[in-house]
Design a protein around this ligand. Sequence first.
Ligand code: AMP
Ligand code: ZN
Length: 384
Amino acid sequence: MLRLIQSFRSLGVRHYKVLSIETSCDDTCVAILDRFDRNQAPKLLYNHSERLNSAEDGGIVPTKAHNHHQKNLAIIVKQALACTGSSIDLLCVTKGPGMRGALAVGLDFTKGLSVAWNKPLVGVHHMLGHLLLPRMESNGRHPQFPFLSLLVSGGHTMLVLTKSIVEHEILCDTIDIAVGDSLDKCAREIGIRGDMIAKEMERIIDQDIQQATSDQGVKIELPVPLRNQNGRMNMQAFSFSPFISAVKSNMPKPQEELSDNERRSMAYQIQEAIFSHVIRQLNVVLKFNGEALSGVKSFVCSGGVSANKRLRERLETELTKSFSFHYPDLELCTDNAVMIGWAGIELYENHNLATDLRVVPCRKWPLTNILDDPWWLKDSSNDR
Ligand code: AMP
Ligand code: ZN
């Protein structure tokens, strides 16, 4: 441990290289970042994600994800190091939340590298990676604290108020499934196939947007979840499972009998209804937290679904408060290791944090408790 802390100190904050690994779900992700200048975004020397195709299984099977990481991780890291030829100074890895077995593959591998190279390791919160990534921008347009983040992915849908790198308050969360999960399952019900099905659904809609939006098309009745009713007013939450039930019960005809145009029209209605729910609930939160949010000028949207152009357009035009909007680059919206490397850099440089080698994967790790982890090592010699 002493040797590790010594190397942690000797790293300082000058020019250094970061190897980052993300294996919390079904993508095996590796990146190498060059932190050549603290005032500029790091150079991305390598970035690769090997996705497990779970289309046939109808969802992620944890043992398959575990095997996928075991098969791929070492090979990708070897390739990354061969490509960049760089010696690594800091290791960042997702510590949680996620599937325990999947996380353990990345974490144990990174611990091994940390021991072999005698370099410090930072155990990163997966969602922190998603929400801090837009701060990596070098064009000076990055979100300023405090900012709001809408995290929309296959496993999460939450609105977070971020006051600093380690201070996060969840203002709105889903009471059932995530928005990406709902989009994927609804799309499957109407016969769309593929791996990222919601992305395929967006592609099908955009192929002929005029036809998709025409009111001549087939109609499907869709719900407005959490609408005000007796005894339940202005709920600050999301709910996406009612969309799947509605699509299942209200199909105008069996999916295999739908023409391409009918499928497109239904896809459009489903996507619109789900995004309308997101916008409506966000506006409820904005309305009832006016004072707490008065200083918030920036709005981040991150996670796989943030790649959707229509969602971005609707956020920018339909929220009742004006913000400057920030998104990751399209290829960095879904899970990736760049965000883990960047969040690790933020924790290391701004809070002097690294992680003890006895760390274990954390299946559940509330975003509100980033510092509440027994495995943080704080190095005061790095204070500036
Ligand atoms: P993540 O969990 O962050 O890796 O994101 C994966 C989720 O994002 C899946 O549910 C995808 O179907 C969804 N997704 C990816 N691209 C898009 C897109 N362009 N529009 C809507 N959803 C998307
Ligand atoms: Zn994610």
